[in-house]
Design a protein around this ligand. Structure first.
Ligand code: SAM
Length: 299
């Protein structure tokens, strides 16, 4: 359920009960129900264009770089040679745009369930779209879980840029969205199979202010598969509580995800048009507040 009054968009969801973030909107510029979800693009007063899926804010032009750059470069710059990259979800194109900036990347495969998200974002938020025309990119439309089951190749880095597993419904508990299949054990096991021996996985990891139990559970499951598992985070005002995390896993037991192998100078940061990511923030993003460190280390 989303409340709209006096030109404001208010984001309510069972994933963050009892709180809501609002943005003043100038107009609704795209509105369509696809086979999978309700897709809307708004022009906001202060945050540029905004993509909303099933009532949940996916990105705004003003702050999307804080999420896309971190989810792309935390794994890519931790891996010594990230030649083959898989992106699951990410239909807006933002992760693809960033992955395509990395000089070591030779092949990018993306599996997105909803071609209408891609088409709508290409047309209405073109600042995200540069990656779609990159010759290294192959785009598949389908469910990420099924794709992993049928694709023969393996990858150096896998990034899952999924929407939330639960989406609002008329009833307060909400219902499973198309991304529900991307948050279960079977999906994590398949991701592991598709990673090369030195591979790094990075997943959208939800907010520590809202989903501590979910994060802890995902990290526990991941530790059954990977010798190195970490939670890092970024600050994105338009995401619930202004903070969203990433779960990062490595198959290489000696890899320190906190210290990037690829370190970019401030000139390179400028040349790559980065707004948020730099080498210092890479390491800093793994430093957690006391309440989270205590929670994650408790039984
Ligand atoms: N950064 C955003 C966030 O965390 O709010 C996510 C952005 S991106 C738009 C999420 C994408 O995941 C959507 O385009 C959606 O269609 C796609 N998606 C959802 N379920 C999927 C699935 N099972 N397989 C592949 N893509 C999926």
């Amino acid at each position: 359920m989303n409340l709209k009054f006096h030109g404001w968009f208010t984001e309510c969801s069972p994933m963050w009960p009892g709180q809501a973030f609002s943005l003043k909107i100038n107009k609704l510029i795209f509105d369509k129900k696809s086979q999978y979800q309700h897709i809307q693009i708004y022009e906001t007063e202060k945050y540029g264009r905004m993509l909303v899926l099933d009532g949940a804010i996916q990105l705004t032009e003003r702050d999307e770089a804080s999420y896309q750059e971190m989810l792309a470069f935390l794994p890519l710059n931790s891996h010594p040679n990230p030649e083959k990259v898989l992106v699951i979800g990410g239909g807006d194109g933002g992760i693809l745009r960033e992955v395509a900036k990395h000089p070591a990347v030779k092949e990018i495969v993306m599996c997105e369930i909803d071609d209408h998200v891609v088409a709508a974002c290409k047309e209405h938020i073109p600042s995200l779209a540069s990656g779609f025309s990159d010759p290294r990119v192959t785009l598949h439309f389908g469910d990420g879980m099924e794709f992993l089951g049928s694709h023969a190749g393996k990858f150096d880095v896998i990034i899952t840029d999924a929407s939330d597993p639960v989406v609002p419904d008329d009833d307060e508990a909400g219902k499973d969205g198309p991304a529900a299949t991307l948050f279960n054990d079977a999906f994590y096991a398949r991701l592991h199979e598709k990673l090369n021996p030195e591979g790094v996985l990075a997943c959208q990891g939800e907010s520590m202010w809202l989903h501590k139990d979910l994060i802890k559970g995902l990290m526990k499951k991941s530790r059954e598969l990977y010798p190195v598992v970490e939670y890092a985070y970024t600050c994105t005002p338009s995401y619930p509580c202004g903070q969203i995390g990433f779960i990062l896993c490595s198959k290489n037991p000696t890899l320190n995800l906190r210290v990037p192998v690829t370190k970019w100078t401030s000139e390179e940061v400028k040349r790559l048009k980065l707004k948020y990511y730099n080498t210092d923030i890479h390491s800093a993003s793994f430093v957690l507040p006391t309440f989270m460190t205590e929670f994650l280390s408790s039984d």
